[in-house]
Design a protein around this ligand. Structure first.
Ligand code: AOF
Ligand code: ZN
Length: 376
């Protein structure tokens, strides 16, 4: 019988830590969802004695949960963490200190935390305490899991995903405005699932008025995981009778509008429970999307799902603010008199067109779901 090489074991346990981390993506507030696995023993006898994932809303952190939940002694064990353990004092002490106090002998870290409050200091602290630390295992996968957190720290804005549900010819409505439903129930269910893994969902005012959406995650068992709902409505056109306004007292709902918007109307939305967020004007007189996204980043939004409409999609694309596309396509043709998924983007030459690369494609019954990432 062959014994697994130590590096294979490391891969195996970091893979478990990553699957722990994936459990709470979109549910840890501004905090990244991190996974931690603690093992004891060597070679074939190595076993997991504790595991943890960053708790809902971001605290406690994964490491302290793994230590506390351990079913056996952790002293002398190895901890696998999908992000560098923190070194700062939050609601509870630094995770690096918790690992030191627990007398962990070795820590395997997927990658260094770019948060300036941590940035290598967690690793340094562990090493100073005599703990063996290895950094960089499965870094690519680990970075993918917290891509939104990385965007917020490094680009000072959330990771932006545009979602489309269209006919084969890229239409989101017929010329009479009929749009329910273009895609099939499987595709719509998958779209709801997408909501649960994002911190916030945004629509433009036309979509909010035409579709009167609730923007909640209505999947059994996931109802509690609905993200913050956002409407970009520069001119305050949204009627106070809209479902989003009427339910604003129960679910966090933000109204992004132009700075200096009518005070009386602004107060009416605020009285309904909406959080009115003023955004500066861009050169074209519309809301400056760069500023809007910066504000969302400051408010701790790591991942933003944009569900339309055509104008919001085009202003984000025009400003190169889109990281990912999720495209649900039904096998129908609506034709050129229908509404296109994206309003004019100002592309004259083909080399000016924002380009994405396909990262996933899967059939959902007779519909298809495609995922794209921005081509750099
Ligand atoms: C860890 N383990 O599970 C997570 C970490 O706001 P605080 O005080 O909770 O700290 C948030 C920061 O901690 C966050 O921005 C990121 O740098 C790090 N997240 N660190 O050791 C964890 N989620
Ligand atoms: Zn921590």
């Amino acid at each position: 019988m062959t014994h697994p090489a130590p590096s294979d074991l490391d891969d195996r346990f970091m893979t478990v830590a990553l699957s722990m981390a994936r459990r709470n993506v979109g549910r840890t507030g501004a905090n990244p969802s991190v996974g931690c696995v603690i093992t004891q023993g060597e070679g074939n006898t190595t076993r997991i004695v504790g595991r943890g994932v960053t708790a809902l809303d971001g605290r406690p952190h994964a490491e302290t949960i793994a230590i506390e939940a351990a079913t056996d002694a952790v002293e002398g064990g190895t901890a696998y963490v999908t992000l560098e353990p923190c070194s700062h004092q939050g609601k509870t002490g630094p995770c690096a200190d918790a690992l030191i106090a627990a007398k962990i002998a070795r820590v395997v870290v997927a990658f260094e935390d770019p948060n300036p409050r941590v940035a290598g200091q967690g690793i340094a602290r562990l090493r100073e305490a005599g703990i063996e630390v290895e950094v960089g295992l499965m870094a690519r996968d680990a970075r993918q899991v917290v891509a939104g957190f990385l965007a917020r720290i490094q680009k000072k804005r959330p990771l932006v995903t545009l979602k489309f549900a269209t006919s084969l010819d890229g239409r989101i409505a017929t010329h009479t405005g009929a749009s329910q439903w273009i895609t099939n129930p499987m595709a719509r269910r998958r779209a709801h699932l997408l909501r649960a893994s994002h911190d916030a969902i945004m629509v433009g005012s036309t979509t909010a008025i035409m579709d009167d959406p609730q923007l909640t995650c209505r999947i059994a068992g996931l109802e509690g995981h609905s993200p913050v709902r956002l409407v970009a409505d520069g001119r305050l056109r949204l009627p106070l009778t809209a479902k989003l306004v009427r339910s604003a007292g129960d679910l966090p709902t933000w109204l992004l509008t132009l700075d200096g918007a009518d005070k009386v109307r602004t107060k009416a939305y605020a009285d309904c429970g909406m959080d009115v967020v003023p955004v500066s004007q861009g050169e074209n007189g519309l809301m400056d999307m760069d500023s809007a996204l910066r504000i969302l980043g400051e408010r701790g939004v790591n991942t933003l799902l944009v569900e339309g409409g055509a104008h919001l999609a085009s202003s984000l694309l025009q400003n190169d603010l889109v990281d990912r596309l999720v495209w649900f396509r039904a096998p129908s043709i609506i034709g050129g008199d229908g509404t296109g998924a994206v309003a004019p983007v100002g592309v004259d030459r083909l080399d000016m067109a924002p380009t994405f690369h396909l990262t996933n494609s899967r059939p959902l019954g007779n519909n298809v779901m495609e995922t794209y990432e921005r081509e750099l």
